[in-house]
Design a protein around this ligand. Structure first.
Ligand SMILES: Nc1ncnc2c1ncn2[C@@H]1O[C@H](COP(=O)(O)OP(=O)(O)O)[C@@H](O)[C@H]1O
Ligand SMILES: [Mg+2]
Length: 346
């Protein structure tokens, strides 16, 4: 095994087999789960981390609303106040501000009955936010002097402001923000609302490309993010890259060795983290790469029942689209991995 990833793989074995030593990461309140690609695990990770965290406000900023649906299966039928109602008054003066928008998850998802978890729902209307935001930003830029700075700051920090207010109202102490696969609009605001990013990367080349795109958005002075900075120059750092859909060798005698595909992507990710370490929350690349096993049947059942992975039991089975689907024995491993991620960041 290439030596560069030995400690990452060994830690992964410790997470599952013994008591792993804690990662030495700074702890933050608010994390944005983000990578500029779909289907890589942003929403699954947001949902499960919000469950692990407890006392957490989850904010769905993806117009597809998958996270909102996890919390409330009637979400697509109901007309509720959404994250867009929180943001829009900052872009269109004259609109009244909303408050007490977050809903208690236990009211619509019984698996959260013991958890003080709240969520702010998304809406498909977020698809038009980028153009509304760009109009508002251009108007602000036509104002002169200090007022221009104040106007831009107020827009860029709109989501942050509203999240802080909702957290105070719901008495939650942690926050996760789920994002869409594109940057313009709510993701842009989420980067300003957050202390640090958690970046899921699936074991395929397109995910590596989107990790590079994300790093470029974070660092390139001409990127959409860098072009309009708030007056204090805030920029989030990356706390973790979580490599999702990992699989392990089944070769005879091989124990706890990643399969070839997973190994290649751990090496690629470790290398990218190392070369961009200034964008991470510590200066040791080994602190920032964690693996999450392919959920397999556990993921399908978790999605079908809106049930956190933590409360699935191995062997549990059901029909999904006429296919008998079972929670694999590996669910215990995935539970340990999720708990480790949660305890490392909060
Ligand atoms: N290790 C993993 N982490 C996250 N999702 C996984 C993993 N393994 C399998 N999956 C599955 O991959 C899909 C990811 O979808 P989703 O979380 O909606 O992605 P995104 O929000 O990035 O579009 C889900 O069906 C999930 O069950
Ligand atoms: Mg999603």
């Amino acid at each position: 095994m290439a030596s560069a990833i030995t400690s990452i793989i060994e830690r992964q074995n410790d997470i599952v087999n013994s008591s792993p030593s804690p990662l030495h990461l700074p702890k933050f309140t608010t994390y944005t789960i983000c990578n500029l690609r779909g289907g890589i695990g942003k929403t699954s990770l947001s949902f499960n981390l919000s469950y692990e965290a407890g006392n957490c406000l989850a904010v769905d900023t993806c117009p597809q609303g998958n996270l909102s649906y996890f919390y409330d299966n009637l979400y697509f039928q109901n007309n509720t106040t959404t994250v867009k109602d929180l943001i829009l008054p900052y872009m269109l003066p004259g609109l009244g501000r909303a408050s007490r928008v977050a809903k208690r998850v236990s009211a619509s998802n019984a698996f959260f009955s013991t958890k003080n978890t709240y969520y702010i729902a998304s809406t498909s209307d977020l698809y038009t936010l980028p153009s509304q935001m760009s109009t508002a930003i251009n108007q602000a830029k036509s104002i002169s002097g200090a007022q221009q700075v104040t106007a831009l700051d107020s827009m860029l920090y709109s989501l942050k402001n509203e999240i802080l207010r909702e957290m105070a109202e719901t008495k939650t102490e942690k926050c996760v923000i789920d994002t869409s696969p594109f940057f313009s609009g709510a993701t842009h605001l989420a980067w300003h609302a957050t202390d640090a990013l958690i970046v899921p990367v699936r074991t395929d080349q397109q995910s590596i490309n989107s990790l590079n795109l994300l790093l470029n958005t974070l660092s390139n002075p001409s990127s959409e993010f860098r072009r309009e900075m708030p007056s204090d120059g805030h920029s989030p750092k990356i706390q973790l890259v979580v490599l999702t859909h990992c699989a392990w060798s089944t070769a005879g005698g091989a124990r706890n060795v990643p399969n070839q595909q997973t190994k290649v992507y751990v090496e690629k990710v470790r290398d990218i983290v190392n070369r961009n370490i200034q964008h991470f929350t510590t200066d040791d690349p080994d602190n920032h790469v964690l693996l999450l096993d392919d959920f397999l049947g556990s993921g399908r059942i978790s999605s079908a029942l809106s049930k956190p992975i933590s409360v699935l039991e191995a062997g549990e089975s059901m029909r999904i689209n006429r296919v008998r689907t079972t929670v694999n024995a590996s669910v215990e491993k995935i539970k340990s991995e999720l708990k480790y991620i949660s305890s490392s960041i909060w």
